[in-house]
Design a protein around this ligand. Structure first.
Ligand code: BGC
Length: 674
């Protein structure tokens, strides 16, 4: 008997009381189960950067935004497999992740838990991650559905977003998780969408998710994120977590008696919970519990993600990689030792023995003279004595975390320290630790090199040292744009209510603040799409990241077969070091398409290319990636005409340009995304 049939049999034997009980969770991280009928509880735990449970030792992986910066599906798969295995070994059935809310403003306190500003990049990486997790006999939960792009008073914010923007941007990674990733669970968000809480939004859950995308998994609320019983039941949501609040059995029973809700509505919810339980039992028979997670192997996975996700933003006069002639190295700044492994909140994994930036440098280059404040010098002395200053600045999990947003500017004192270092030390390298972009314009010209470390997990600071000394050639590329001027980002005009200020103590689920609208007035012109439309030069463009070698591109050809394009070209490594290049394919619509973004990412390929070698690349692009949402018709539509495809090393470093004539067509809402 398959899981659906088993669930149906059990459901038929349940009393109404039992049904009303199981549609909400218990003990913070469990479903209730039906003990009388032998249905067990399902255990859940968070995982934004690895398994988070205060009682369990787990691998602290680099932040998800760092995974996005790898642009590497294989890294995403391995990351997912390792997380899945740690869950399975700990007997935890459901991973409360991945998070795929797009990066809309730099301030969002949870950007580090997500996959950057581009929907195709996020969708492409989230699918292998989910497959990796689920291959280990546990279920993944894509979250937070949807338009939860800030954490400032998140339970009273109402995201006002037109349908086209939702479908083309904010829905897309969720849609891919459902259709291409076969994700088993989905979590709704805290905010309202168009006036209705996400968990109480019938259009969102019943029409789009369960209807258009035919999601056959479990929809759960965010923790204490349901408020009103009737719309919550009517929305299509299945499970209230972590406890009965809106789904208080007595309240729901009265609603049934009054005819507001029918018992079959409740049955539909119970069935999904039973199905998930039965499916987990099925796959867990096939995937035995390893009992112990392979922590060394997983640290290796974490290290690989960091090696490929750290982004070298600037490298003046090829200062990096450092060699013996560069002299002594002084590590200064608040984040040099210890270095934060993670942002805060549901993401914070208890890292056992994390490597700091200073520790990583010492481990990788023990014969170099390392000057540190910890060794009795004051900061001024370190800077005066150092040939190269490594200035470690940015945020920590105390300030960058769920429940609040953080400023675009670096924490107070950081810029002053950078400036002081650049005046005193011979050379200055800045390492930024943060979940996204920060203000850099005021100091970028003062320093020689800049690296973005994101949140590195337990071992990512070692990868940083390997990059500094040339053991690893950097290959990370920005999954976000970093503007010169804060206001250059279109969405900041539609972010906080006027006059509002950021606060720094998390506000988890209170509704004390005044409700406010966030109108996504920029529509689809978000991130690099806006910068491109208005021809604004960013400080560091979406897709940018330097290498220690040089790549050239040649021989573009484009093939069309049915609803897929293949974009083929060669990448040659013209330098003396082996390296990896992420070639990015952007589409420009026919001139006639007035309201379309000028350039959008439609595919990419990351390739290892040995020194002096040349590699043939083929990027598979679904025509759907070029299509736009036609709200009136309720379908995807590809505009016919002459499309331009650009292949490049970033969104602002186009190397090859080709054209292709495409016939207009409709694409069904049931079609896959990737
Ligand atoms: C977060 C979720 C998380 C849940 C359970 C909520 O506060 O928003 O992302 O999964 O808590 O810890």
């Amino acid at each position: 008997m398959n899981a659906t049939a088993r669930a149906a049999t059990i459901l038929a034997g349940m009393t109404l009381d039992e049904k009303l009980a199981v549609i909400s969770g218990i003990d913070n991280m469990y479903t209730k189960g039906v003990p009388r009928l032998g249905v067990r509880r399902i255990r859940m735990a968070d995982a934004s950067m690895g398994l988070r449970d205060e009682e369990i030792d787990a691998t602290a992986f680099p932040a998800f935004i760092g995974l996005a910066a790898t642009w590497n599906r294989e890294r995403a798969l391995a990351y997912g497999e390792a997380v899945g295995e740690e869950f399975r070994a700990a007997d935890i059935d459901v991973v409360l992740g991945p998070g795929v809310n797009l990066y809309r403003v730099h301030e969002c306190g949870r950007n580090f838990e997500y996959l950057g500003e581009d929907p195709v990049l996020a969708a492409t990486l989230v699918v292998p991650y989910i497959r990796g997790v689920q291959s280990r006999g546990v279920a993944a939960t894509v979250k937070h559905f949807v338009a939860n792009n800030t954490d400032w008073h998140r339970c009273v914010s109402n995201s006002v977003v037109d349908e086209r923007t939702l479908r083309e941007l904010y829905f897309l990674p969720f849609e891919a998780a459902v259709k291409d990733g076969d994700v088993r669970c989905l979590m709704t968000s805290y905010n309202l969408l168009g006036g209705a809480y996400a968990g109480e939004n019938r259009w969102l859950l019943t029409d789009v998710l369960l209807g258009d995308w035919e999601f056959d998994g479990l929809v759960m609320s965010d923790w204490m994120g349901l408020w009103n019983a009737a719309p919550a039941i009517a929305s299509g949501l299945h499970l209230e977590m972590p406890t009965a609040d809106a789904f208080e059995p007595a309240v729901v029973r009265t609603m049934i008696e009054e005819g507001v809700v029918s018992e079959s509505d409740i049955d539909a919810r119970v069935a999904r919970i039973l199905e998930l339980t039965a499916r987990l039992e099925e796959v867990q028979l096939e995937v035995p519990n390893p009992r112990r997670a392979k922590s060394e192997e997983h640290a290796g996975v974490a290290l690989e993600v960091a090696r490929e996700g750290i982004v070298l933003l600037k490298n003046a006069d090829r200062l990096l990689p450092l060699d013996a002639s560069d002299g002594s190295i002084g590590v200064v700044g608040p984040l040099g030792d210890p270095t934060p492994t993670s942002g805060g909140g549901a993401a914070a994994v208890r890292a056992i023995d994390p490597v700091s930036i200073a520790g990583g440098i010492f481990a990788v280059a023990p014969d170099r003279t390392l000057l540190r404040v910890e060794d009795g010098r004051d900061e001024e002395r370190v800077l005066a004595d150092a040939d190269v200053a490594v200035v470690c600045v940015g945020y920590t999990g105390e300030r960058e975390r769920e429940g609040c947003d953080r400023p675009w500017e670096l924490p107070s004192g950081d810029v002053e320290l950078i400036k002081r270092a650049s005046r005193t030390a011979r050379r200055t390298i800045v390492v930024v630790v943060a979940g996204g972009g920060v203000e850099m314009t005021s100091w970028v010209d003062d320093v020689d090199a800049i690296l973005h470390l994101w949140y590195p997990g337990e071992i990512g600071a070692r990868a940083l040292a390997e990059i500094l000394f040339g053991e690893v050639n950097p290959s990370g590329k920005l999954p976000v744009s970093i503007e010169r001027v804060h206001g250059d980002r279109s969405s900041v005009a539609n972010y906080l209510p006027e006059g509002a200020e950021l606060y720094d103590k998390p506000d988890f689920v209170s509704q004390d603040a005044a409700p406010y609208d966030i109108t996504y007035a920029e529509g689809v012109f978000a991130g690099y799409r806006h910068l491109d439309a208005l021809e604004i030069e960013p400080l560091f463009a979406f897709g940018h990241g330097l290498s220690y070698t040089r790549f050239s591109y040649a021989e573009l050809s484009i093939d069309e077969r049915g609803d897929r394009l293949t974009v083929m070209f060669r990448v040659t490594n013209d330098g003396e070091r082996d390296g990896m290049e992420t070639a990015q394919v952007y589409a420009r619509p026919p001139e006639s398409l007035a309201d379309s973004v000028p350039r959008r990412l439609v595919g990419f390929a990351k390739q290892a290319v040995g020194a002096g070698e040349s590699v043939a690349c083929a990027v598979d692009v679904p025509v759907r990636a070029l299509a736009g949402w036609d709200t009136d018709a309720g379908e995807w539509r590809l505009q016919g005409g002459s499309w331009t495809l650009e292949v490049g090393a970033s969104s602002r470093d186009v190397r090859l340009v080709g054209r292709i004539e495409l016939g207009a067509r409709r694409i069904s809402v049931k079609e896959n995304v990737l």
